[in-house]
Design a protein around this ligand. Structure first.
Ligand code: PA5
Ligand code: NI
Length: 190
């Protein structure tokens, strides 16, 4: 009888903290300087510390971007903060392969997932530890941190999905999430 070795895993994901440990992680940071025209009050954003990190994403890309049939894994961390009452949030995007879906799930902190379809119809749901969100194809998605701590959430998407930021850059979402008297409130943006 010949013995075969059992490999140790190379990649770890901590469900409590969102910490991804792998020899092959890509980290990207979004500073306030890189979020021009994302928030309603651009003048206030421009007057704030441009070096402030609003969010960062750690990704594990087991295959090259664009390859059909593969999966990508990412953990996003949005820091607490506001721009003139509007919560720190991700830019938001449709996927380039527009009909591809994605899973998000909450790990730590308090957030809201804002979605919008291609007709500009928007809706939102709370994102919190252990919440699971299926984001269908042709739905733009953005997350805001409504708490006082970091909001951490996981994501899994297709390696050929791609990110289409252009239409959100041009038209934005049809709703915005603002702090009104201490309460996260969804308001019409257009
Ligand atoms: O794939 C996703 O949807 C996420 O990993 C996002 O890319 C991440 O949350 C950052 O948001 P955005 O890409 O909109 O800047
Ligand atoms: Ni996405």
């Amino acid at each position: 009888m010949s013995e075969r070795s059992i490999k140790e895993p190379e990649i770890f994901f901590d469900n409590q903290t969102g910490q991804l440990t792998s020899p092959v992680i890509t980290v990207s940071k979004k500073l306030l300087s890189g979020l021009e025209n994302v928030f309603k009050n651009e003048a206030v954003r421009a007057s704030m510390d441009q070096e402030q990190v609003v969010y960062e994403v750690e990704c594990y890309f087991p295959v090259e971007e664009g390859k059909k049939g593969g999966l990508f894994w990412g953990v996003s961390r949005i820091y607490p903060g506001k721009v003139a009452g509007e919560y720190f949030m991700t830019r938001g995007h449709f996927h380039s392969e527009s009909d591809t879906a994605e899973f998000y799930w909450g790990i730590a902190g308090k957030g809201v997932l804002v979605c919008m379809d291609t007709n500009g119809q928007s809706w939102a749901e709370y994102l919190k530890p252990n919440s699971l969100h299926y984001i269908a194809g042709n739905v733009a998605h953005r997350v805001a941190n409504i708490g006082n701590e970091s909001l951490i959430f996981g994501a899994c998407w297709l390696s050929d999905a791609g990110h289409d930021y252009a239409s959100i850059e041009q038209n934005g979402f049809s709703v915005r999430l603002v702090d009104l008297n201490g309460k996260p409130t969804l308001i019409e943006a257009w």
